[in-house]
Write a protein that binds this ligand. Structure first.
Ligand code: SF4
Ligand code: SF4
Length: 433
């Protein structure tokens, strides 16, 4: 009798990609192979029996190398925990989010940010610049994201601080990349020229479904619709500068998901390779999202990728072993009044972790301890087949000791998600960058 020597990975996923062809994807290593019916059968026997009949050593080694098969003693959950720990402590990239204000020129009907008028004072900018200067040598790269509220309401602060950060960067021969999350309304030609001049090349904007729904939900403080102006700004920007990139997030629900096509095809093909597309359900905390909505989104994404849009590396990520930037130990968000957060503070009091004191150092509070001491994963994540993609989900939930009701739903349509990942890795626009 042959005793098993190996076991199948917990994170193998089969996806049918043709009448007689199949994809085997490993969620932990990202390995992807295409096999025919009989090869699939052979592999299933190996996975079941845990050893190889005959002497196909090179093939077995390949399977082991790709992670489809692992040693009997190998603990993949522990491996994920180890990868996550490593990522949390990593000094590769320091991600800093700067919100010079939480006020906004929009009054999105669902938004929960409280619109106080606070903006950065001299002490805020001095503290953040000093934080950057003190940390810049310890990381290979710093990513600065301008966030809010609406950051473009504080254009002068952005201009001043970016100039100062550039001086620090040059002094330390460091690498700094700049990003901005904006509602896009104020991103007109004049402003964009100033921003590009500052070296800000990556923008994240959000559209709510189609024009009709967007104009109902995302209104200016005077209650006017904003869709046309945002789209015009987006297209003008892509036309004028070939070195800027967008992440376009489109929020959808069952009513709007089928109307998003209009937007996607309105944007000319030649710009789409510079747009990462993220279509996502509108999330209301504690409320279940229909599984069929995920299905519809995935179908929409498939055609969008075929039509030139870039893959957004979120639900099935590669080269990322934490759920979000807030997971990582050294990443912070800075807001007005010298406040230090782990994540955007709206509705999440536990993310407020400290405040800069007169010596420009952060005085951490009890929340910071909670954040540090929270386990890496909630217990039930250890048994979850999607742990290889998700790494335990939002840290705020872990700090609160509760599960997100929708966490597994994102992966409900896993075959299609993997299929979309597979087609994008074969499309020419995804070969670069
Ligand atoms: S999908 Fe949910 S249960 Fe699974 S790892 Fe993520 S947070 Fe945990
Ligand atoms: S809400 Fe959770 S998942 Fe989202 S950015 Fe904050 S910590 Fe990360």
């Amino acid at each position: 009798v042959n005793l098993p020597l190996y076991k199948e990975s917990l994170y193998n996923f089969w996806v049918k990609i043709g009448d007689h062809s199949h994809l085997l994807y490993n969620g932990l290593t990202g390995a992807m192979i295409e096999v025919n019916d009989s090869e699939k059968q052979d592999l299933e026997v190996v996975f079941k029996e845990g050893y190889f009949r005959g002497s196909d050593e090179p093939f077995l080694k390949r399977l082991l190398g790709m992670g489809y098969l692992v040693g009997l003693e190998y603990d993949e959950v522990e491996k994920i925990i180890e990868l996550k720990k490593h990522e949390i402590d990593s000094h590769k990239v320091l991600d800093i989010v700067i919100s010079p204000t939480y006020k906004c020129n929009f009054r999105c009907t669902y938004c929960y940010v409280n619109f106080n008028d606070d903006e950065f004072a001299g002490s805020d900018t001095a503290n953040i610049l000093s934080f950057i200067e003190n940390n810049i040598d310890s990381f290979k790269q710093i990513n600065i994201t301008w966030f809010g509220g609406e950051p473009l309401l504080c254009m002068n602060t952005i201009e001043f601080m970016t100039g100062e950060i550039e001086t620090i960067r040059r002094r330390h021969h460091a690498k700094v990349l700049y990003f901005m999350t904006t509602n896009g309304f104020l991103l007109n030609s004049t402003t964009l020229e100033r921003l590009v001049g500052l070296g800000i090349h990556y923008y994240h904007i959000t559209i709510d479904g189609c024009k009709e729904s967007h104009d109902k939900l995302r209104v200016t403080s005077e209650r006017a619709g904003t869709y046309d102006i945002i789209i015009k700004n987006l297209i003008t920007a892509l036309d004028k500068y070939n070195n800027i990139f967008f992440t376009l997030r489109v929020n959808v629900n069952m009513e709007t998901v089928e109307k998003v096509d209009d937007l996607l095809y309105f944007i000319p093909l030649r710009y789409r390779s510079r747009i990462q597309l993220n279509i996502t359900p509108i999330i209301i905390e504690g409320k279940l999202i229909e599984k069929s909505l995920y299905r519809k989104i995935n179908i929409l994404l498939e055609s969008a990728y075929q039509e030139g849009y870039q893959y957004y590396n979120q639900i099935i990520p590669l080269q990322r072993n934490a759920f979000c930037n807030a997971d990582k130990k050294y990443n912070f968000q800075f807001g007005p009044n010298n406040q230090v957060y782990k994540c955007s503070p709206s509705c999440k009091p536990e993310v407020k972790v400290g405040v800069f004191n007169e010596n420009k150092t952060i005085e951490f509070n009890d929340n910071y301890l909670k954040w540090q001491e929270a386990p890496l994963l909630n217990i039930s994540c250890r048994l979850c087949k999607y742990l290889c993609f998700c790494f335990g989900g939002c840290k705020v939930n872990i700090v609160r000791g509760k599960m997100d009701v929708n966490c597994k739903r994102k992966y409900n349509d896993i075959e299609k998600l993997i299929y979309n990942k597979y087609i994008t890795s074969n499309l020419p626009q995804n070969k670069v960058g």
